[in-house]
Design a protein around this ligand. Structure first.
Ligand code: C2O
Ligand code: CU
Ligand code: CU
Length: 510
């Protein structure tokens, strides 16, 4: 039987468990909502956690060790949630590295299923990029997975991921990327920040220290006992990919977590803060605004995108952020009186998903930071006349003999490639959608050229590695791969779509 031939089959068979969809999709979303049955806290009571920064092992600050294991976290007050965690925490430890200093991250898999680690936004050779079939097998559990599907490189229990870090300062993140099972693995906790810093950025007078906050935003739903609810066909994540039929368009939770806490609150100085926003949700998109009672919303000054600093800051009243995307923004709380509560609101949510978190301005403070009018330089990627134009259609389609998601009518086949791209050459890639698809390309960032035949949209600026497409849109991007010849992937970052085959191999050639 084909590895995907169960898809949909089990959809009917598994119906009738505790999970329930509420039968409508949220505005601006492609996906189906789950309903939490656990007791939820009131919003803005739980303090915002900030993930610990990983300490290097040994001397030289270039080696890190992360152990993937099952743990129990108190996400909802008074309840325990079983998570799959990098070092047993969710989000995982933040790895901070510097441009030009290569690092090795050794991942040890103490879980019961194989894993794959991908550094999203990393400029990384094939062997270390987290090819979806390059498995890290569970420690001491080699036999069982020896005949598992597909071809790839298997590491027994541990694997060293080598990151050259020859790239600009940027907000990256690492997460699981195992073929067919990325959705449940990330949902259960396998995600963390990886920040790259460099001298150029350090020289800017941006907010730093406690006034720089990475914010991982994601939605989840919980069963009554506090466990994560996820409508996987195969709850053991062993052999059957995908989710039950109702959730095929994407799994939406009804609780918003920031850094793993439900609708948290954070006390701030009346000063500027740098917020590194990451949407780590499986399928949910957000429209982020900062509301202040009785006053206009606080503007969000964008300083960076997926691939690091913009050339110049851009001020937004709202930011739309799709799964996989990052927006680096500065907000200025100094214009507000002490005591003000600033709520981070989601204009695309309803009920529990209309709120994200809250900042409470608690004290006056000195602030030497500012946002310079020029931040960096971003050379435009200009496709030469006659540059290759490749069109990729993202649409619902058959996967084997069942329903799934396809690119140009094909489902992910590790052996074949949908593009052979020459290193160093600028190409135009055209994405076309049926419903929402956040499209992500590995290896190198790209630049948006056109959206629906016009100029790029408000959120398309700078170096991107993930671009959000709404239903029936056409987006052209300029792509240029560099340095590493080999096999990489591009895919939809709606993780249910990705697991249900909306992924393609890209071959880079010398
Ligand atoms: Cu964030 Cu291919 O992944
Ligand atoms: Cu990636
Ligand atoms: Cu998609």
């Amino acid at each position: 039987m084909n590895r995907r031939s169960f898809l949909g089959l089990l959809g009917a068979a598994a119906a009738g468990t505790a999970l329930a969809g509420c039968g409508f999709a949220d505005a601006g979303q492609t996906g189906e909502r789950l309903v939490t049955t656990a007791r939820l806290p009131k919003p803005f009571r739980v303090p915002l956690p900030v993930p610990p920064v990983a300490r290097p092992v040994g001397t030289g600050a270039t080696r890190y060790q992360v152990t993937q294991r099952v743990a129990h976290a108190e996400i909802l007050p008074g309840l325990r949630t079983e998570i799959l965690g990098y070092d047993g925490i969710f989000p995982g430890p933040t790895i901070e590295t510097r441009r030009g200093t290569p690092v090795v991250v050794r991942h040890r898999n103490e879980l019961s299923v194989p894993t794959v680690v991908h550094l999203h936004g990393g400029h990384t050779p094939h062997e270390h990029d987290g090819w979806p079939l390059d498995l890290v097998l569970p420690v001491g559990n080699k036999r069982e997975w020896a005949t598992h599907h597909g071809t790839g490189d298997r590491a027994d229990g541990e694997r060293d991921y080598r990151y050259p870090m020859a790239q600009r300062a940027a907000t990256l993140w690492y997460h699981d990327h195992r073929m067919d099972f990325t959705g449940p693995a990330v949902y259960r906790g396998l995600a963390g920040f990886h920040l790259v810093r460099d001298d150029e950025e350090d020289a800017l007078p941006l907010p730093r220290g406690d006034r720089e906050l990475p914010l991982m935003i994601c939605d989840r739903a919980f069963d009554e006992d506090g466990s994560f609810a996820y409508p996987a066909l195969d709850q053991e994540m062993r052999s059957v990919p995908g989710v039950r039929g109702d959730w095929m368009e994407g799994v939406l939770g009804d609780v918003v977590l920031v850094n793993g806490a439900p609708w948290p609150v954070h006390e701030v100085d009346a000063a500027r803060y740098r917020l590194r926003l990451l949407n780590a949700s499986n399928a949910r998109r957000y429209r982020i605004t900062m509301t202040v009672p009785g006053k206009p919303d606080l503007p969000l000054t964008q300083i960076g995108s997926d691939g690091g600093l913009l050339a110049a800051p851009v001020t937004h009243q709202a930011i739309d952020i799709a799964p996989g995307e990052r927006f680096d923004v500065v907000v200025d709380f100094s214009v507000l009186p002490v005591g003000t509560e600033v709520t981070v609101v989601n204009g695309l949510g309803s009920g529990g998903t209309a709120d994200i978190m809250r900042f409470h301005v608690v004290r006056k403070a000195r602030d030497d930071s500012r946002v310079p009018a020029q931040l960096s330089s971003v050379a435009p990627l200009t496709p030469p006349a006659g540059a290759p134009l490749r069109t990729f259609r993202f649409s619902r389609g058959p996967v084997g003999d069942h329903r799934g998601w396809t690119i140009n009518g094909t489902s992910f086949a590790p052996g074949g490639a949908l593009a052979d791209s020459r290193l160093g050459e600028v190409e135009v890639w055209r994405f076309v959608t049926d419903v929402h698809h956040p499209v992500h390309i590995h290896l190198d960032p790209f630049q948006v050229l056109h959206r629906n035949g016009r100029d790029p949209g408000d959120y398309d600026g700078g170096w991107k590695d993930t671009v959000d497409l709404r239903p029936a849109e056409i987006v052209d991007v300029a792509v240029r791969f560099t340095d590493y010849a080999g096999r990489f992937v591009m895919h939809c970052h709606n993780l249910e779509h990705e697991d249900m085959a909306m992924m393609a191999t890209v071959r880079t050639i010398n």
